[in-house]
Design a protein around this ligand. Structure first.
Ligand SMILES: [Zn+2]
Length: 202
């Protein structure tokens, strides 16, 4: 987490959509979905920190969408609600248990495939979502444009984070790939190689 808003991403295909890292208020999301005529099918979280899941339970209640989170982060659910207060957000609605995210190639919408990449370190269950066809990767709080995620929160481990970044680097994603971190500026694989001192092989 960083002391700023979270980058949420909405992906749609026809009238169906999914949300990655549902930040903010569920009623704002519902207004957006309604204005665009979109049906929410699922919510995916890069990890279980509250600023990446805050709207998910209420959206599940409102739409019946499924919510996926790596089960290694289920233990974080319910932690850190006070952080949300700083943003004027209410505590996370309890009672909704996410489905376990499969760390593999998954089909998020008909014929839209995403590779789920395990990235433990910022939290034990952190993942990245790679859209090969779109040249897009959502990296959560593992990597930022000019730094990496903090490891002092529950589930954090700097050694694991370094290993994850090294493994991610060695995937050799194309330089043009757009990289959207969980907070802050959008970047590319090329920019990370050129300007992020942490983005390299171990
Ligand atoms: Zn986080």
């Amino acid at each position: 987490m960083a002391p700023e808003f979270t980058n949420s991403v909405l992906v749609f295909c026809g009238d169906d959509c999914v949300i990655f890292d549902a930040w903010g208020r569920a009623d704002d999301w519902m207004r957006l979905l309604k204005s665009r005529g979109l049906n929410l099918k699922a919510i995916y979280s890069t990890h279980g920190h509250p600023d990446h899941i805050v709207a998910a339970p209420d959206l599940v209640f409102a739409t019946g969408a499924r919510w996926f989170l790596n089960s290694a982060d289920f233990g974080l659910l319910g932690w850190g609600n006070e952080i949300l207060q700083e943003f004027g957000l209410k505590p996370i609605t309890p009672g909704i248990v996410p489905d376990a995210l499969v760390v593999d190639k998954i089909e998020i919408l008909p014929n839209v495939f995403v590779d789920v990449i395990s990235m433990p370190g910022h939290s034990m269950g952190s993942v990245a979502f790679y859209f090969a066809n779109m040249g897009l990767c959502l990296v959560g709080d593992s990597i930022f444009s000019d730094s990496v995620g903090r490891t002092d929160l529950p589930g954090g481990d700097m050694h694991l984070l370094q290993q994850s970044i090294s493994r991610f680097y060695s995937l050799n994603l194309p330089d043009y790939t757009t990289v959207i971190p969980g907070h802050g500026d959008i970047t590319t694989i090329q920019n990370l190689k050129e300007t992020n001192p942490w983005f390299k092989l171990g």
